[in-house]
Design a protein around this ligand. Structure first.
Ligand SMILES: N[C@@H](CCC(=O)N[C@@H](CS)C(=O)NCC(=O)O)C(=O)O
Length: 230
């Protein structure tokens, strides 16, 4: 069912399954920024007894999942593309600057966002879900990569507001996936003034800052105090 290529479903018949973790958070932020006509449903496909329900929608069981009566789409980038198309928005660029947007999505996932993920995973996700102690060597590796890529982004963002053109695009949201968790990630964003200003502009967007506003979504498990920011 998830691989079915069929007619475009009627807008309004779609449901976005999400959690508060980084990729589903990103998808919810996109949907709310676009004012997408989707219903939001908190989900937990890895919880006991849930896999059978979600496997037909996404064999990986990961969130987010966009689903409609006879099909589904998974992977945040694909969902963002789909929602932007449905909304008739240029948030997912469709013009001559589309390759540039793809460049930042691709580079970001392999480099900047990955370095943020390495650090956030150790300090945040692993601690929230009791997956073992912080691996300080991995944190150091992640921080080293963060400094390399943050310097590149800082130079690019000096003198420009957004990564692509004059308005926010999906490239900005994707690049910032893990920065929304920097209360536990503790990445030194302030060392990079243009990058920090860019992130401040993202935080001024309601849908980015508070994507779960008004949604029924249990909070993430807390990060135990003794591990926060270590
Ligand atoms: N490549 C996938 C990654 C999806 C992913 O890793 N999702 C994680 C959260 S970041 C997940 O489903 N975790 C279980 C949960 O949140 O319940 C994407 O971009 O959508």
């Amino acid at each position: 069912m998830n691989e079915k290529v069929g007619p475009v479903p009627a807008v309004g018949a779609m449901k976005l399954y999400f959690s508060r973790n980084p990729n589903p958070r990103l998808a919810v932020a996109v949907a709310r920024h676009l004012g997408a006509d989707v219903a939001f449903e908190f989900a937990s496909p890895f919880a006991p007894g849930q896999a059978e329900r979600f496997r037909p929608l996404n064999p990986n069981l990961y969130l987010p999942i966009l689903a409609w009566p006879d099909g589904s789409l998974w992977e945040t980038d694909a969902i963002a593309c789909r929602l932007s198309r449905d909304a008739g928005s240029n948030f997912w660029r469709t013009g001559d600057d589309q390759p540039e947007m793809i460049r930042w999505i691709s580079w970001g996932k392999d480099n900047f966002a990955r370095s943020c993920d390495m650090v956030h995973f150790e300090r945040g996700t692993k601690q929230r879900y009791h997956m073992g102690p912080i691996d300080h060597q991995l944190v150091e590796e992640g921080l080293k990569l963060f400094h390399t890529y943050a310097a590149i982004l800082d130079a690019v963002l000096t003198g420009r507001q957004w990564l692509v053109g004059h308005d926010v695009s999906y490239a900005d949201f994707r690049m910032a996936t893990f920065l929304a968790f920097n209360d536990v990630g503790g990445l030194p964003l302030e060392d990079y003034p243009a990058l920090a200003r860019w992130y401040g502009r993202l935080e001024a967007i309601d849908a980015w800052r508070d994507p779960f506003s008004g949604l029924d979504a249990p909070g993430l498990p807390p990060v135990p105090k003794q591990d926060a920011g270590t």
